[in-house]
Design a protein around this ligand. Structure first.
Ligand code: DGL
Length: 267
């Protein structure tokens, strides 16, 4: 089946975190039309139950797939992917790419054998993460902490607010406490798409010896591979769509313009 050149890629997250995937995607597919959908009315996902997240994500993506006719959907959110990826794949007839914690590359890179994983409360308790750990990080120590405050901080930072260093220091200290007397963490998995937006602050708190790993580049390459040979023609700037009132996008104007989006729109 041929895909129309104007058919977009739909990137979906609870908020602005998926823009870290969007940035990587634009590096490899600069011509591809993109619709970015931020479920600001549902943000944050990380403190919701599995049932709430699955119902919300599957419902919204079904609705948006009908409305925007994307050629591919990317769930640019670890929380939604680790819970609802299978369900969304069952209901959509187009390729669906998820975002899962980058445990495999982290396990290949660590020298000390101690890996930190920072995610949302919902992500770090998923069996999906247990499976990745068992499959790829056998013999290593994978220390998990939830950091819902960092989601809020990343949202605020993109709207121009400063980040409180105490928030980042708290994450570092909680991980260090979990490590106890084991060798120190040298690799940090950013298991939430919001967290690479805080890369500088994380580097300042953890130090240069700790390498940060996220999945954005890998996801972008996966999307480019799945769409190989397809043609792209954008009929205007990329679209940034939010659930709930449009005022939720206030303050994002500069961040959106810098990424080639038109003004935010309500779903
Ligand atoms: N960006 C989402 C993730 O990757 C989570 C943010 C939220 O809690 O809604 O997990």
């Amino acid at each position: 089946m041929s895909v129309e050149a104007a058919s977009p890629i739909l990137l979906f997250d609870s908020g602005v975190g998926g823009l870290t995937v969007y940035d990587a995607l634009r590096e490899v597919l600069p011509e591809a039309p993109v619709i970015y959908a931020a479920d600001l009315a549902g943000l944050p996902y990380g403190t919701k139950t599995e049932a709430q997240i699955a119902a919300r994500v599957a419902g919204l993506l079904g609705r948006m797939a009908e409305r925007f006719r994307p050629r591919l959907v990317c769930i640019a959110c670890n929380t939604a992917s680790t819970i609802a990826l299978g369900m969304v794949r069952d209901v959509l007839e187009i390729p669906v790419v998820g975002t899962v914690p980058a445990i495999k590359p982290a396990a290949a890179l660590t020298q000390t054998g101690t890996i930190g994983l920072v995610g949302t409360n919902a992500t770090i308790r998923q069996a999906y993460v247990d499976d990745l750990e068992a499959k790829f990080a056998g013999g290593k120590r994978l220390l998990r902490v939830a950091a819902p405050g960092l989601v809020e901080a990343a949202e605020a930072k993109l709207r121009g607010a400063p980040v409180d260093p105490a928030l980042i220091a708290d994450v570092r200290d909680r991980l260090a406490a979990l490590a106890e007397n084991a060798p120190a963490i040298d690799t940090l998995v950013l298991a939430c798409t919001h967290f690479p937006l805080l890369a500088e602050e994380l580097a300042a708190a953890f130090g240069p010896q700790v390498r940060q790993i996220d999945g954005a580049q890998g996801i972008a390459r996966r999307i480019a591979h799945l769409l190989e040979g397809q043609s792209f023609s954008a009929s205007g700037p990329n679209r940034f769509i939010v659930t709930g009132p449009i005022s939720g996008a206030a303050g994002l104007e500069a961040a959106l313009a810098a990424r080639g989006f038109g003004p935010a729109e309500a779903l």
